[in-house]
Design a protein around this ligand. Structure first.
Ligand SMILES: Cc1cc2nc3c(=O)[nH]c(=O)nc-3n(C[C@H](O)[C@H](O)[C@H](O)COP(=O)(O)OP(=O)(O)OC[C@H]3O[C@@H](n4cnc5c(N)ncnc54)[C@H](O)[C@@H]3O)c2cc1C
Length: 589
């Protein structure tokens, strides 16, 4: 060890959404917090050239803002009979690598999960019985309910400035919102985005079909807003440089825009940037953690001692750091023993791509989260009797990209991809290409897991995280069901050249475009230490001063994007640390 820093109350590993809102809560309560972030500082106005230099090749194609594979990568295989190989380019694992994490370049669809999503096991058994679960599927309740999380969802939305139309307030359905959502105490802080032409067509069509379209809640915010921390945010200009870009306009919720300006003023907050945590150090009896060992940008090894350790380094790196630190027992798929790396799950995407002749959709007017959705086939909002699967998807008309290089191959099937006919076809299809996306739920299976790779190591000589994953039978059935609903909508809206597909019909492939980046689980929360790594406060069962925050805690995915739920869980954990843990350190359950 080259140096040891002075002791802090709390060390936080990783400064994305989870790390930054945790730091804000804990420092406001007076705790001395040191956050260690692998990437560099990013200044919202100066470092995110949304309007001055939104170079598509650099950011959307070469993905310059992301974690480079040379810094950290993961190995992947579909099943344990294959040899896992390291990912060398990013399509699905588009991780953050700076202060703000992936929260700088996310698309900002800002969902709460359904109440059902957090109680899948008990609700499935109640309604259908065990016969509804395919062999080997892992479902378990989270240990925390939607109603318990509701105040924390509300707080997070008020930090993020989320735009939307409420569907249910205090149990009463509201016009224009999602009638299936869990009851909210308050409306969204800012109004919904203005619909695109494609969103309008989808809303008209699905209404005629008897469904219930509503605007997707968005962190590309719909009006000027002063957030819960007193930071002024600007209304979105629909410039279309959201996903894979940082927003320099203060219009997209991000840790950089919504939290950092306040956090950086706090004297009890210290940030170490370009420092990578290598592992968490344990006390001699192994029952608590003593701090974090990191390497700084000069190659020196440092130790940050702390009374509490919060790991918020993103789902994959949360699991890897726990494994490298020997915190918990790694899952063995053959015996079923061990919980760390178990219950890894992802997302099941289905699509209908289509063209709408005679339409001029002007797709360059968009935001990362500009969409209209129906939830009639999400979660358990429809009767699954006889269908042979659980879950479903939010089905949406997305207006989230108009980038010309990225869309250049979206011409009707059978047409030439080069030359003068391609130019003519692309000119037309650029204006009338559209997609109906089904963003599906996902449940873990005993064959899907993460462990440490036996062969490949990172630049510090530590094993890479290995993922073993393929779609399970539940994914295949639900994906096919949603694909057919997407196709029906594409037909009803008058689409031509319809290409409907469920990604789960094929093997999972991490480099496939249009797939989800939402990895889940691996260090899940729950009520039973035999099936979870963390208790309902995201507190480690084996080391009570270690808290782990991120989608690694989710036993299952919803038919939504995860980040607002990560935020709500983080605030729930922060409150438990402040109100209970620091007064009486020990297990909170
Ligand atoms: C292209 C894209 C679009 C997305 N769109 C949406 C969306 O529309 N809606 C939605 O809800 N979600 C979306 N997501 C997902 C969303 O970005 C993540 O869920 C969210 O950012 C996770 O927050 P986090 O704080 O857990 O992790 P992160 O934001 O990844 O932050 C983790 C931080 O930890 C740091 N770190 C990692 N390891 C170490 C280490 N060893 N030492 C020190 N620091 C470390 C990383 O550098 C990073 O800054 C999207 C993701 C991508 C990639």
């Amino acid at each position: 060890m080259d140096y040891k820093r002075s002791r802090a109350d709390v060390v936080i590993v990783g400064l994305g959404w989870a790390g930054s809102v945790m730091a804000e809560e804990l420092t406001r309560a007076g705790l001395e917090v040191v956050a260690i972030e692998r990437g560099a500082w990013r200044e919202t106005s100066a470092d995110f050239p949304t309007t001055t230099d939104p170079d598509e090749l650099r950011y959307a194609v070469r993905k310059e803002i992301l974690q480079p594979a040379a810094v950290e990568t993961y190995t992947f295989r579909n099943n344990e009979n294959q040899t896992a190989l390291p990912g060398r380019e990013w399509n699905n694992w588009t991780l953050g690598m700076n202060v703000g994490g992936a929260g700088t370049h996310w698309a900002a669809a800002s969902w709460r999960f359904l109440p059902w999503d957090m109680q899948v096991k008990s609700r499935v058994l109640d309604r259908y019985g065990a016969k509804q679960l395919v062999d080997g599927l892992i479902v378990q309740d989270w240990g925390v309910t939607y109603d318990e999380l509701e105040p924390f969802y509300d707080r997070f939305e008020k930090i993020a400035g989320t735009s939307g139309t409420a569907g249910v307030i205090n149990g009463v359905k509201q016009p224009g919102g999602n009638p299936f959502e869990g009851s909210r105490r308050h409306p969204y802080p800012t109004p919904s985005l203005v619909r695109s032409r494609w969103n309008d067509l989808f809303a008209e069509t699905t209404t005629k079909m008897g469904y219930h379209p509503f605007p997707v809640p968005a962190g590309t915010i719909g009006a000027a807003y002063t957030n819960a921390l007193g930071i002024n945010l600007a209304p979105c200009t629909y410039c279309g440089y959201c996903q894979l870009y940082g927003c320099g306009n203060w219009s997209k919720s991000s840790p950089n825009a919504c939290v950092m300006p306040v956090l950086m003023q706090r004297k009890n907050f210290t940030m170490l940037t370009e420092c990578e945590v290598l592992r968490i150090e344990k006390s001699p009896d192994g029952k608590t953690a003593t701090g974090a060992i990191f390497i700084d940008s000069d190659g020196n090894y440092g130790f940050q001692p702390a009374d509490i350790v919060v790991i918020s380094a993103y789902q994959l790196d949360n699991v890897r750091l726990l494994m490298l630190s020997k915190l918990g027992k790694i899952y063995n798929p053959r015996t079923g023993e061990g919980t760390l790396g178990r219950a890894f799950n992802f997302q099941t995407l289905s699509y209908a791509f289509l063209n709408l002749p005679n339409e001029y959709l002007n797709p360059f007017m968009n935001t990362g989260a500009l969409a209209t959705q129906i939830d009639d086939f999400n979660g358990d909002n429809f009767d699954h009797s006889g269908l042979g699967f659980i879950g479903g998807a939010g089905i949406q008309a997305l207006s989230n990209t108009g980038l010309p290089i990225s869309l250049a191959d979206q011409i009707p099937p059978g047409h030439r991809q080069w030359g003068s006919s391609w130019k003519k076809d692309f000119k037309e299809s650029y204006q009338n290409w559209a997609m109906v996306q089904g963003q599906g739920t996902s449940y873990a299976h005993r064959t899907q897991y993460m462990d440490l790779d036996p062969t490949y190591k990172d630049r510090h000589g530590q094993p890479l995280l290995r993922m073993t994953y393929d779609y399970n039978l539940n994914d295949k059935r639900s994906g096919a069901f949603i694909r057919d609903r997407c196709r029906e909508i594409a037909e009803a809206v008058g689409g031509k050249n319809i290409r409907a597909q469920s990604f789960a019909d094929d093997h999972y492939n991490p480099s496939r475009p249009f797939d989800s980046s939402h990895t889940m689980g691996g260090a899940v929360m729950g009520l039973d230490p035999n099936t979870s790594v963390l208790n309902r406060f995201q507190q480690h069962w084996d080391a009570h001063n270690v808290f782990v925050s991120g989608a690694s805690s989710f036993p299952n995915n919803g038919g939504y994007n995860p980040t607002i739920t990560i935020g709500a869980l983080t605030l729930h954990t922060a409150r438990a640390i402040i109100d209970r843990y620091i007064k009486n350190p020990g297990s909170l359950v």
